[in-house]
Design a protein around this ligand. Structure first.
Ligand code: BJW
Length: 249
C-alpha cells in the first residue's frame, strides 16, 4: 500500500486506542540520511562478506582489518543527520501512553533525531569495549587516532561495542525487547529486511500476542505475510505522511 487514503480507518482507530506502541527499525530508516544498508544492491555487504568482518573470529584473526572497516563506516556516518523518518519516530514518543523504540542500527541517528531512549539491540558504533575488562567507552574520534585502538584504563585492545554474528545479545536488552513486543498493541517494523535473528522474531511474537503489525519498507520483506498493512516507499517520506494522516484522523 503506498496511498494513505487506502489505509483502513480501522488502523488509525486502533492506533488511537493503543496503549503500548513499539517501533522496530533497521538500516532502511537511515538510508535517506546516507547510511548504507547491509543487504541489497547498494548494501554494505555487496563488497564485503559478513563473516570476514562482523564476527569475533574475524576480529581475532585480524583486528586491524576489522577496525579499518569500522573506521571507514564511522567516517561515513559522522557528518550525517537524522532524516524525517527519524524525526517522525521521535514525535511518536509523545503521541502514545507507552512507547518503545527498538533499533538494530548502530549509527546513533535516532538519539540525534530526538528519540530519548532507543534500545540499541546491536550496540553502537561510537562505543568501544575493552577485550580484557569489558568496560565500555564512548569514542567519537574520526578518524580513529590508532588502529586498533586501546583501552584508556588498562592499555589492552578494545573492540567495537557491536553485536556480531554468532554473539548473544545483552540479556537485559533481550528481556526488554521481548517484553515490549509481548505487550505491544501496535508493532511497527521500519526499514528492516527482517532476516536477522533475534530481531526478526519480535514482530512474530507481537503478532502472537494479538498486536497489529505495520510495515514500512521500500519492498515486501520476510515479514510481509504476517503484517496487517505494508506501506511501500522510503520511510523518510511515508512515516511523516502516515503520522500526519493519523493526527488528522
Ligand atoms: C528501506 C529504505 C528506505 C532500504 N525506507 N526501507 C536462526 C536461524 C539461522 C541463523 C540464526 C538463527 N538465530 C540466530 C542466527 C544467527 C544470526 C542470524 O540471524 N543470521 C541470519 C543472517 C540468518 N544471528 C545472530 O548471530 C545474533 N545472535 C544470536 O542470535 O545469538 C544466539 C545464537 C548465535 C548463533 C546461532 C544461534 C543463536 C546476532 C545478530 C547480530 C547482527 N549484527 C549485524 C552486524 C553488526 C555489524 C555492524 O553493524 O558493524 O547487525 S548483522 C546486520 O544485519 C546488522 C543489522 O542490524 C542487521 C539487520 O539488518 P537490517 O537492519 O534489517 O538491514 P538490511 O540491510 O538487511 O535491510 C534493510 C531494509 O531496508 C531492506 O528491507 C530495504 O528494502 C529497506 N530499505 N531503504 C524504507 N529509504
Amino acid at each position: 500500500m503506498d496511498n494513505f487514503s487506502d489505509i483502513p480507518g480501522e488502523i488509525f482507530d486502533k492506533l488511537q486506542a493503543a496503549n503500548q506502541v513499539v517501533v522496530l527499525t533497521g538500516a532502511g530508516v537511515s538510508a535517506e540520511s546516507g547510511v548504507p544498508t547491509f543487504r541489497g544492491s547498494e548494501g554494505l555487504w555487496r563488497n564485503f562478506k559478513a563473516e570476514d568482518l562482523a564476527t569475533l573470529d574475524a576480529f581475532i584473526k585480524d583486528p586491524s582489518l576489522v577496525w579499518e572497516w569500522y573506521n571507514m563506516r564511522r567516517e561515513t556516518i559522522a557528518p550525517l543527520n537524522p532524516n524525517p523518518g527519524h524525526l517522525a519516530i521521535a514525535e511518536m514518543e509523545h503521541l502514545f501512553p507507552q512507547f518503545t523504540l527498538i533499533t538494530q542500527n548502530v549509527d546513533g541517528l535516532h538519539k540525534l533525531g530526538g528519540s530519548t531512549n532507543p534500545v540499541e539491540m546491536h550496540g553502537n558504533i561510537w562505543k568501544t569495549r575493552c577485550i580484557a575488562e569489558g568496560t565500555v567507552f564512548e569514542n567519537r574520534d574520526t578518524p580513529l587516532k590508532e588502529i586498533p585502538p586501546h583501552c584508556p584504563d588498562c592499555g589492552e585492545m578494545v573492540r567495537p561495542h557491536i553485536v556480531w554474528f554468532g554473539e548473544s545479545l545483552d540479556t537485559i536488552v533481550l528481556s526488554c525487547v521481548f517484553d515490549a513486543a509481548k505487550r505491544a498493541d501496535i508493532f511497527f517494523v521500519v526499514g528492516s529486511s527482517s532476516i536477522v535473528q533475534p530481531a526478526a522474531s519480535l514482530a512474530h511474537l507481537a503478532k502472537s500476542n494479538d498486536a497489529m503489525i505495520l510495515e514500512f519498507n521500500l519492498e515486501p520483506t520476510m515479514d510481509s505475510d504476517i503484517v496487517h498493512s505494508s506501506v511501500l516507499g522510503p520511510s523518510g517520506e511515508t512515516l511523516p505522511k502516515f503520522l500526519e494522516s493519523f493526527k488528522s484522523h
